[in-house]
Design a protein. Sequence first.
Length: 449
Amino acid sequence: MSERATPPPATAATTPDMAAFWMPFTANRQFKSAPRLLSSAKGMYYTSHDGRRILDGTAGLWCVNAGHCRDEIVAAVQAQAAEMDFAPTFQMGHPKAFEAATKIAKHTPGDLKHIFFTNSGSEAVDTALKIALAYHRARGEGERTRLIGRERGYHGVGFGGISVGGIAPNRKAYSGAMLPAVDHLPHTLNIREAAFSKGQPAWGAHLADELERLVTLHDASTIAAVIVEPVAGSTGVLIPPQGYLQRLREICDRHGILLIFDEVITGWGRLGAPFAAQYFNVTPDLLTMAKGTNNAAAPMGAVAASARIHDAIVNGAPAGIELFHGYTYSGHPIAAAAACATIDLYEHEDLFARAAKMAPVFEAAIHKLKGERHVIDVRNLGLVGGVELQPRDGAPGARAYDVFVRCFQKGVLTRYTGDILAFSPPLIIDEAQIEELFRTMAEVLNEVD
Ligand SMILES: Cc1ncc(COP(=O)(O)O)c(C=O)c1O
């Protein structure tokens, strides 16, 4: 992979007018007073607007798993855009959507081989919740409407996603308009018990038993589904305790409750297996994906449904539309073409096995940060890691923000949530680049107050 020619340094003339774009999940006033712009990308690197090479420690936003601007994906997108820009998938079809679903289904776990397309992770989550309700209703158990999420869970920003999600600031302004029948499991982080665990913490499987408590409280006959991220990403990388996911599965089975894995981050090789479901050997009933599905070359998400769920809804319905749900862009030709090329690339380059091979290198490098200033925990699994810092007195998040900005100034892109720095590089990262990520982080930790 050749690096792109470096663009000229930014000048006042080349910096865009920033007033109109109301940026998502961004401190708009702070950002626009000192913008950080990326203008091109190739392989493991971005080029910043001022012409600097930036090592991508986050695969964009946990999504560019095969590395940036891969020739095969670029070619597929270009060809599809020229051949057919759009075709509807409501009562019409086009070959690329079917091809992409077939390729996805080769990698999804168990019998989750029915793929419903969306345009984002948020839409995939809301779709999965709706499919869960539709499934119970199709079987004559329409009173199962309660949804169980988890504290600190991130399931996107739709009303379904924020209702089952557990990140307080994402819910606060909308708290009067949440889905009505929702409850939450406790999250699984306990720094006192499990700080600096390498991989899955030994402590904490018992937290899954809280589901039994919720079943007793609400009665199983009212509960449709439990949704969790197998590894909670956006909240700051919470690794599931050993045995925890297996126990959730068992409790769901005991009570006829569907288990949904939100694999928007863990899908497509992040842990060194196609999905976390295979990594942990726990098969959910529904699985959401987005991001890495097509290497983020175009917006795309999807839900994989088990045969039992698909058949109950599709074969159980009278003639006509079986599920009243879908998006204009479900299976968009350009997104679908990018997915086909991406999955081919994952297979040809055996990128999930590569991630598994690099995981111990990544683990050793990130855990060298133990003992550095401010660091109170390091957590990792596969090619995802989190470094939690002691917050500054009275200024939560400020220290991690400073670390993030300084890393960017030194040519490394990381991501921060609260006082946690998260790392999730493209799966093509090599040993020297892994060393560079955490060497830069260590330098910066020494520099910030
Ligand atoms: C687990 C999980 N679910 C859902 C989403 C939402 O995806 P999107 O931003 O594509 O709507 C994300 C995004 O990071 C996520 O990590």
